[in-house]
Design a protein around this ligand. Structure first.
Ligand code: HEM
Length: 314
């Protein structure tokens, strides 16, 4: 995750205004994290532009709001986003990226964003991952043999071709996952597990059949064997299972706690929960019968999701 701390002054005569930070060369294809002040209320949103018009919200928000404040005409906001996001609308911050700083911001009239008062300043930013290292905010991910692996923080994990991030939405009490991974084979499964091991594992599993996502199941394992579908299905598939250039992008949600005591484990939004990431996925053989993961999934303890992974708000 890259954490941004932004503070900006309202333009003269515009108590309602926008500011933020953009990634990309031009407005033809810009990834923009917008900070909006309307009637003294602050919103932060993951957006994009595809021309000289106001930004549109991304279908999937990968920005987490950490804190914000509006005082004396100055807005201060801290927010975070993954270095590499599963959302194709988000630019990678991994190597070099052009950052755009709308230093004077722009007015907001009604619901409409007006043009920036001056052309944003651009700057090439490189090697954030190695040069801008802050304090890690959650445990590292570990493989079954105890080695630490992968990148990420409390709200994301990535290893090899697999990347997943999650946000907490207080309005629904749901946790929303965005997962992107290379589809390795014509009948492929991927997903996320909740729990310490297969003896008691709650699983959100997606099947990708010939490059088509055929749905997401809520499953449970009670031993090192094939998981079974829960009687009650609590994983909400947000119908965003597109396969582009051999990668699948999935968006799914579930409540922190479900009513399915037999099938599901709770995600502790204030404390810690162990997530399991099957980074290599596995194959399936039709009719939902899945084969074992190609490599043992990687586990990671994730803490304080409710406060650290708050979904961006418009
Ligand atoms: C037919 C399906 C599956 C079979 C037969 C199976 C079998 C096994 C076996 C034998 C192990 C021991 C370590 C190894 O050999 O790699 C293991 C470990 C593990 N599996 Fe699975 N697995 C299946 C599906 C899944 C799924 C869908 C998940 C979801 C993420 C999962 C999560 C894990 C985890 C977290 C471990 C390490 C902890 C433990 O040993 O229980 N497995 N599995």
């Amino acid at each position: 995750m890259v954490v941004f701390d932004l503070s900006a002054t309202a333009p003269k005569g515009s108590p309602d205004f926008w500011t933020g930070v953009g990634f990309g060369e031009s407005m033809a294809d810009m990834d923009f994290i917008g900070v909006f002040v309307r009637n003294g209320q602050i919103g932060v949103a993951d957006t994009n532009t595809n021309g000289h018009a106001q930004p549109a919200p991304d279908e999937i928000s990968n920005v987490q709001v950490l804190s914000f404040e509006f005082n004396g005409g100055i807005v201060s906001a801290s927010f975070a986003r993954p270095v590499v996001s599963p959302d194709l609308k988000d630019k990678s911050l991994e190597n070099c990226q052009t950052f755009q700083f709308p230093v004077s911001g722009g007015p907001i009239q009604g619901m409409g964003l007006m043009k920036h008062l001056e052309t944003p300043k651009s700057q090439q930013v490189c090697s954030i991952v190695t040069k801008c290292v802050g304090t890690a905010i959650s445990g590292g991910a570990v493989t079954a043999d105890g080695a630490t692996t992968g990148g990420g923080d409390s709200c994301s994990f990535s290893s090899g071709n697999y990347a997943v991030s999650w946000t907490f939405d207080p309005a629904t009490n749901n946790i929303n996952f965005q997962l992107s991974t290379l589809v390795e084979g014509p009948k492929f499964w991927t997903g996320v597990g909740i729990g310490k091991d297969m003896a008691n594992l709650d699983i959100m599993l997606a099947l990708v059949d010939e490059n088509v996502v055929t749905g997401i199941s809520d499953m449970k394992a009670d031993r090192q064997g094939e998981p079974q579908n829960d009687m009650q299905q609590d994983t909400i598939y947000n119908n965003d299972g597109s396969v582009v250039d051999g990668r699948v992008l999935l968006s799914f949600s579930r409540p922190l706690t479900t009513a399915d005591l037999a099938g599901d484990l709770s995600i502790d939004g204030d404390g810690c929960t162990t997530f399991q990431f099957p980074v290599s996925g596995g194959a399936f053989i039709g009719q939902g019968r899945i084969r074992k993961h190609a490599t043992t999934p990687v586990s990671k303890e994730v803490c304080s999701i409710k406060t650290l992974c708050l979904a961006g708000r418009v």
